[in-house]
Design a protein. Sequence first.
Length: 469
Amino acid sequence: MAQTSDHIKPCNIGSSEAHNRRTTEYLKHIGKEKFYIRTDLTPQNSSWVSSLMEGKDLTTYYNEIARMVKEKTGRAMQTKERTVTNKKTGKTKVISGSSPIRESVVVCKPDTTVDQLRKYCDRCHERWGITALQVFIHLDEGHYGTPGDNSTWKPNCHAHIVWDWMNHETGKSYKLGREDTSLMQDMVAECLGMERGTRKEETGKAHLERTDFIIAKQKREVEEATNKKKHLDHENQVREKIGAELDDEIARKQNKANRENGNAIISGAARLFGKGKYADLEKENDALKKQLTVLMGKMNAREMEHRSLLGQSIERQKELETVINKQQSEINNLRMIIEEKNNQIARLDRLAHPQRYRLSSGAELDRIFVPNYNNPSLHIWTKVGDEFFDDTKYCISHDIAQRHFHGELTDEEFVNAVFEPHEQVNEAQMQLLGAAFMLASGGPAQSHVGTGYGGSQSDLPWGKKKIKR
């Protein structure tokens, strides 16, 4: 019975739907030399989408989760990995960022149905609360034994399940332990009518991504070819041993016959008349020689067959290694070119428009976060020296948010348009900026508030902090 497993990881919402839905743009960006999708088999794929996703994509759904978490918990969703230090013990631990949307890759059979997978999703929801948003069955992925030869195509039948991993009552994510994920493997095998994959504790092996899986498979093929060669060498040794034993037996019987018949004349007479022990021994020797001839023929035929298989395997391995090396080299070159071009563009833009990359307060912008550009709010983090500050504004201008979304405004211009200079820093940062300004100007600073838009400059850019009442 075929084995199945469910491998779960955070969902890449930027590319998941394009891959799962086989969009035209996605297929165009897959190089022909590594094209692992047969478009002639794509119509055989099937899918299901939850009513929760009606009229939405994963990005929109993700933004709705972020708003829900803010409403339920009073703080923004923590999506980045962070390090926490225990003040008493001094020990640190790394806390992973939240993964509100996750994606399963389930190994299945060509006849696996969406209903079977939905049954598995329903059981997971009843047990742990996680909710399936999308199910896609892919029957068009795999790899060729010989590139371009459909007769050597080996399919990789699997399904993608996109999950909502959040508790919408509490605003927190569901926590599944090792025993829970192990139970999921049992459940998916039962629902799909397949055998459960060998437990990780028994094999000691981790799940392999697609590229690592191909490399591991090639290593296994090389090991199989090596084992075949060892087996062939062993058969040759056995053949030589049998041949030597038969030669010894023939020589022994020949000597015995000569001793019994006395001399060549008597032996010749006995042989001529077909009588005596010599005649019987000669017949036995002829039979042994014929047996040896037949055995040698079989051994030679098997040797040729094994050598042919070994040669094909080695040649195929060399071809695969050549293709992989060429593809990897091309990918690395393209990445370097793209990275260098992006760096050049960023440097040129900063040189041409330095005012677009400065906050009107004089502080350094660490990062920003906009949960939803259709109903925009802006959360900023700034720093001056080692002093950090963050603040959030809600119900900001939709037009300005859209300009930032479409790349017309830099992050700094966006912040300047939403926050006044004194709103971009805290009191400690103001003091640091004031001290720096006095050192640079050689005298006390004069209060002056900037325009708060487009990186404008002022004698004292952060102004006076408004007192909140």
